[in-house]
Design a protein around this ligand. Structure first.
Ligand SMILES: Cc1cc2nc3c(=O)[nH]c(=O)nc-3n(C[C@H](O)[C@H](O)[C@H](O)COP(=O)(O)OP(=O)(O)OC[C@H]3O[C@@H](n4cnc5c(N)ncnc54)[C@H](O)[C@@H]3O)c2cc1C
Ligand code: SF4
Length: 510
């Protein structure tokens, strides 16, 4: 048994025996965007922090350009996690020290001011002010080295879409990204093999560790609590074998305060399975930024597997969506093309090097999503609302127009059994608003909102300081606490919430 608080990085395999016992001032459950930012905010305030993460430590040399390897090692539920409702939508999440930032595309957006204002004014999030969050955004820009890549590194998938957008007079830019050393290898979702991406394990966590009062334990999945009255005494769980991901021992962490930062699917799951919050709101209000893909077939080579994975966007936030370029590996392109007949998809696959790919990301507002806890794990449902579906289809139509303006000869929307569009004038008829949600081959990787913040225990899960209503020493700090979706990629807002809730716990925010 180990019973010490030892600053530094620890793996399950290094624990002597089959039980780990730790005492800390604060225990953080999950080493993703929110957890690592909270750890940095607490560490700089002199607090002793234990960070517990179910996945492994990774270094760039270990990442492999293989879907099966990445899904098995870097993703929750080995990449099979999905939502069911009026459509089935994959909802992947990262697993490992770094959380989803290990596998994300590094896109950085500051939370739009109207969203911050709405959270403050409508939901009573008194701690969420522009005066506090703008400096957090500046700090994140600096810590992560946020920048845009040159056209040479962007390569043709991004620059071709940019040309199309400019030809239509649309407002677009290269995306700001937390990848100052990006070499444009196009496989962000498999981990960054060059080390050019500033995932939080390489930035906020390094900063936290530099204070000498942070201990990070990988391969520790925390599932239970010991409680007394309105206080949590300890969290308990399994020490995992890193390779098989099976339990090899047990872990127990005592602390004065606890922060759940396990992401918007697992944080409400932890609260619900331990009866720490009311299911009337805990696990409810799930938003995800649903997205759809469109592929333009160009008369010249694109080679979409070369270049920045997601490098350019068109700003239609006022209409409820952004268009963003993307590239994936050939097996994943085949997944998108399998919405067509076998012969069509094989013909497109044979011509993959001519394909430019992009699609809308929607600010979801009238869809209804939930996470509930079952004996088999989280059950996730999401029913796409008519308004959100309309925005998704509008964004897909706009993607098609940009592709034709960039020179496409054909456009393939990721719509089940939908037609291949041969000219811009046919787009609207090919993509009617009446398409059922189940025909849209949607994707989502931005879960949010399942432990929403607010100033009323009757309508929210955490108070404006991230404190779970009813508990003196339990907080949530991750993308679960957003009261609504953002309409822009969420990692920066998540880190800002982590910083704010860490500073609040350290007594720096009244
Ligand atoms: C493929 C993909 C691409 C994305 N691209 C972008 C992008 O380009 N830009 C952007 O802004 N956002 C992007 N996102 C979203 C962004 O990464 C997330 O919004 C952000 O990381 C959420 O932070 P979080 O702290 O809520 O959760 P996470 O970062 O997911 O961290 C949660 C951590 O908790 C751990 N955990 C879960 N349960 C337990 C447990 N019981 N015990 C211990 N540990 C546990 C998990 O293993 C994980 O490491 C992407 C996400 C994905 C999946
Ligand atoms: S494109 Fe390649 S080098 Fe650039 S951030 Fe992604 S994985 Fe790293």
């Amino acid at each position: 048994m180990s019973a010490l608080f030892t600053p530094g990085r620890h793996r399950s395999a290094e624990v002597t025996g089959d039980h780990l016992e730790i005492d800390a001032d604060v225990a953080i459950l999950g080493a993703g965007a929110g957890g690592c930012a909270a750890a940095a905010a607490l560490a700089e305030s002199g607090v002793r922090v234990a960070v517990l993460e179910e996945g492994q430590f990774w270094n760039p040399a270990q990442f492999r350009q293989s879907s099966s390897w990445a899904l098995r090692n870097l993703y929750q539920e080995r990449g099979t996690r999905s939502m069911r409702g009026n459509s089935v939508i994959p909802i992947p999440g990262g697993r490992g020290v770094g959380g989803s930032t290990l596998v994300n595309s590094a896109i950085c957006f500051r939370c739009p001011d109207p969203i911050l204002d709405r959270w403050h004014d409508e939901f009573g999030c008194t701690t969420v002010t522009k005066e506090r969050f703008h400096p957090y955004f500046d700090r994140i820009w600096e810590t992560l080295g946020v920048t845009t890549q040159s056209a040479e590194i962007q390569r043709l998938n991004n620059t071709t879409f940019k040309k199309g957008a400019e030809a239509l007079g649309l407002k677009g830019h290269f995306l700001a990204r937390s990848a100052p050393g990006c070499v444009g290898c196009g496989i962000c979702q498999y981990g960054c093999p060059s080390g050019g991406k500033s995932s939080v394990d390489r930035t906020f966590l390094v900063e936290a560790l530099s204070h000498g009062n942070v201990a990070v334990y990988a391969d520790c999945m925390m599932t239970g609590v010991e409680k007394s009255g309105d206080r949590i005494l300890a969290v308990t769980g399994d020490l995992l074998d890193a390779e098989s991901q099976a339990p090899r021992g047990t872990a127990r962490v005592r602390a004065d305060a606890f922060i759940v930062s396990s992401g918007p699917i697992m944080s409400p799951s932890f609260l619900l399975r331990n009866h720490l919050s009311d299911p009337a709101h805990c696990g409810q209000h799930l938003c995800v930024h649903p997205g759809l893909a469109g592929m333009g077939r160009m008369p010249f080579e694109i080679r979409p597997w070369h270049g920045v994975t997601q490098g350019y966007y068109v700003d239609c936030w006022d209409k409820g969506y952004l268009l963003q370029t993307f590239s994936v590996t050939p097996d994943q392109y085949y997944g998108l093309m399998s919405t067509k007949t076998g012969a069509e998809s094989m013909e497109w696959m044979a011509n993959l090097k001519y394909i430019c790919s992009a699609g809308p990301l929607v600010h979801d507002e009238d869809s209804v999503g939930h996470v509930t806890w079952t004996p088999f794990g989280p059950d996730i449902s999401y029913f796409m609302g008519d308004g959100d579906k309309r925005k998704l289809i509008d964004g897909l139509r706009m993607t098609g127009h940009v592709m034709f303006a960039a020179g496409a000869e054909r456009f393939m929307p990721a719509v089940v059994q939908g037609p291949i569009v041969l000219k811009a004038g046919d787009i609207d008829a090919a993509l009617p608003h009446s398409l059922p949600a189940s025909h849209l081959h949607a994707y989502a990787s931005h879960p949010m909102g399942t432990c929403r913040m607010g100033n009323d225990a009757a309508t929210s899960v955490v108070d404006p300081h991230g404190k779970v209503w009813g508990w003196q020493n339990l907080r949530v700090a991750d993308a679960s606490v957003f009261p609504t979706s953002l309409g822009v990629n969420p990692q920066v807002t998540t880190m800002s919430m982590g910083l704010m809730i860490g500073h609040s716990l350290a007594g720096k925010i009244p």
